[in-house]
Ligand binder design. Sequence first.
Ligand SMILES: O=C(O)CCC(=O)C(=O)O
Ligand SMILES: [Fe+2]
Length: 486
Amino acid sequence: MEHPLGVQPQMGLFEGGADVAAAMRTRGLGALACLPDEALLNIMHELAPADLARLACSSRALWAFANHDELWKGFCLDQLEGRWDFQGCWQDTYLLGKQAKGFQPGSRKMRRAAGLQSDLLYTPWLCATCAIDPSWLEVENVDRRSGLSVAEFREQYEIPNKPVILTDVVTKWPAMKKWSRPYLKKAFKGGMTPACLPNCVVRRFDKTFCETAPQLAKDYTVPEVFSDDLFKLLCEARPDWRWLIAGPYKSGSGWHKDPNSTSAWNGVVSGRKKWILYPPHITPPGVRPSCDGADVASPVSIMEWFMSFYEHKASTRCESVGYTPAECILKEGEIMFVPRNWWHIVLNLDECVAVTQNFVSEVTLPHVLSHLRSRSPALVSGCAKEARSGLYDRFVKALKEHRPELLERVAAEEAAKKKRAQEQHKLAGLFKGPEDACPGVNLANGSSAANGSSANGASKPEASGSAAAAQNGTSAGGGFSFGFKL
Ligand SMILES: O=C(O)CCC(=O)C(=O)O
Ligand SMILES: [Fe+2]
């Protein structure tokens, strides 16, 4: 497959090789040739589209950079306010949307920059062009259940923190019959959202859909098994929690853990979604979380991850033995339980419309409290920056007022866990000599920092009882305190 402008991936021993590529760059970019491609594209992103079009005419190399379709996608999203009719590429879409003088879609003559090597220009084009490989879709290893009672769900999935697909919930939602494009458009009172556009070409997470289109809130119901939601106690002050997700074929969500150690459900009203999930302590290949878990550096897009890493999915960074991730295709009418702190990536196999909600049940509560207790604006999310550090205290206050027995239980369970850990630690100390000291391995709970459980911060709840308590100045062997007084 050849890039339409002749751009090649970097380091290639292709047509003419590295010398041609270097010459093309220095001649075509002049003084700008010293900049990395990313910086060059960032600068171009700041230019007005007309200036970018002028710059494109200066050389073949600049033509290739200035015609990079991702730049024009940015202009469409920034300037056209959803009023576009996708023309197969974003540049044509922009020019038509702006009614550029003399422009006819598909009429632009393309100059070739044969020999120019740039991964940044080549890879997005490759990902946009190539099809989903059928081998990515073969594995189905997530339980599918129907007629699951609240108690069964809790015992079999929520407490063990395991994903499951329910097949008999979304099928009963009125949304399944009602959410056609004209219906959605009417519900949004004609306001444009990609879900109602004739060409749904960008993914959209809409967290205000129940306010802007209140009818839609009546078209689905929260399944009983997921209805225990303690964040409700925060009323308006609860962090963002529900989204309408609409996106085209090959869009989706890159690797992440859901916010604040909450669990989630994701119900598909139309289309199919490929899911891959890893448990909290296994970092997916190609993903590098920051030390505090606040950021995920996954240098690749969703399609690129599948193209580069899917076949290596069992070889995780820190495990000598491969881990088999959970995988499935979530189909129209199905709903996925996304357990707290599990890594997940989602690739839309069709144009998809789904609803997702995050929630805090009694089972998840200790983990969410532990997460929020960091009071770190970098780790707490879903609300305004200035409200993040206070979320823990507001939540504890609401729980104290409405569910004091739950707080007591959480504190008692954590104290017991801490005590057990200390006893195990003492016991382990009896059996080990100084030469056994193994950095990163926490003998108290058997988990290894090196396997990512503390490296990504998001699994802090299990591992951090003592550390977090010490941080709060409340530990000191006298028993564990959750940082609140009853
Ligand atoms: O449907 C998607 O794109 C995935 C959304 C997601 O990450 C979730 O529901 O937790
Ligand atoms: Fe998610």
